[in-house]
Ligand binder design. Structure first.
Ligand code: FPP
Length: 256
């Protein structure tokens, strides 16, 4: 859309791609999911160790997550560490966990901006200090309404569905729920993302064309946006392009 047609529209913080196409608030997805892929390759291309790429990736995450809030996105989720990522060399796992800890320590700036922080995944395997700080941030930001920032850590979509099935089975066993009363909504309500909207737009940079076990239930009707740009280079302008692309898609949810 040409912004000349919108003389009274507040253009501050409006996503605009290189062609000048602006995305109106009502055209924004309710929930954008990000798979932060390509950090390792970004570093290797520069002759640097992989963990250097994660550091750059973390910097980009911090900038983009605040940008998401400023442009009016209501839910943004980021895949920080998967249930499969433990297979990586210990040194790399430690580097990612340290970056995550550093981030949690400076996360008060998100609270100051009224961002609600939500962590999804199995926390039981994470260091105690991480678990404690995650709980603290969730608690302190629980009433904030500006944006939900959802961080997936030790997260796997299948693991999440298995966990939901176990919780539902316990309710059935206790006589609180009849098997035939289980609906899709029952399952949604038992996922780590209970109460959050499904993903509308799933962004994966770095040229890989897969979901990698990320929010597999919640992405059932998501629009996908793939690009060859590596995560540390997936900047605000790249996000604007993805949002402009999303805005012109026709979503039918199985209808016509
Ligand atoms: C995938 O890239 C990236 C990860 C497994 C880790 C993502 C972590 C960060 C962006 C940093 C920590 C985050 C926060 C919130 C502080 P890859 O390593 O698989 O890249 P490659 O495919 O090029 O090897």
């Amino acid at each position: 859309m040409n912004d000349m047609a919108l003389p009274f529209f507040n253009k501050k913080n409006v996503p605009k791609d290189e062609t000048g196409t602006i995305v109106l608030p009502e055209q924004l997805p309710q929930h954008v999911g990000f798979i932060m892929d390509g950090n390792g390759r970004w570093a290797t291309k520069r002759g640097m160790p992989r963990k250097f790429g994660h550091r750059e990736g973390a910097k980009n995450f911090k900038d983009l997550s605040l940008y998401c809030r400023d442009i009016g996105l209501r839910n943004a989720s980021f895949y920080v560490f998967s249930t499969e990522n433990w297979k990586r060399p210990q040194d790399e796992v430690n580097a990612i966990m340290d970056l995550f800890w550093d981030y949690l320590c400076e996360a008060d700036q998100y609270l100051e901006r009224r961002v609600r922080m939500i962590f999804v995944g199995d926390r039981s395997r994470l260091q105690d200090r991480l678990q404690k700080r995650m709980e603290e941030l969730e608690h302190d930001s629980r009433d904030f309404e500006k944006m939900n920032l959802i961080l997936a850590i030790n997260y796997g979509g299948r693991d999440e569905i298995k966990h939901a099935a176990q919780e539902i089975a316990k309710e059935v066993q206790a006589g609180k729920l009849a098997p035939e009363a289980i609906t899709e909504q029952t399952i949604s309500e038992h996922l780590y993302t209970a109460g959050l909207p499904d993903v509308d737009l799933l962004i994966r940079p770095s040229g890989e064309l897969r979901l990698s076990n990320y929010l597999i239930w919640q992405c059932a009707y998501a629009e996908y946006y793939f690009t060859n740009v590596l995560w540390p280079d997936f900047n605000r302008n790249e996000l604007n392009k993805a949002l402009a692309d999303y805005a012109q898609r026709g979503r039918r949810f199985g209808g016509i």
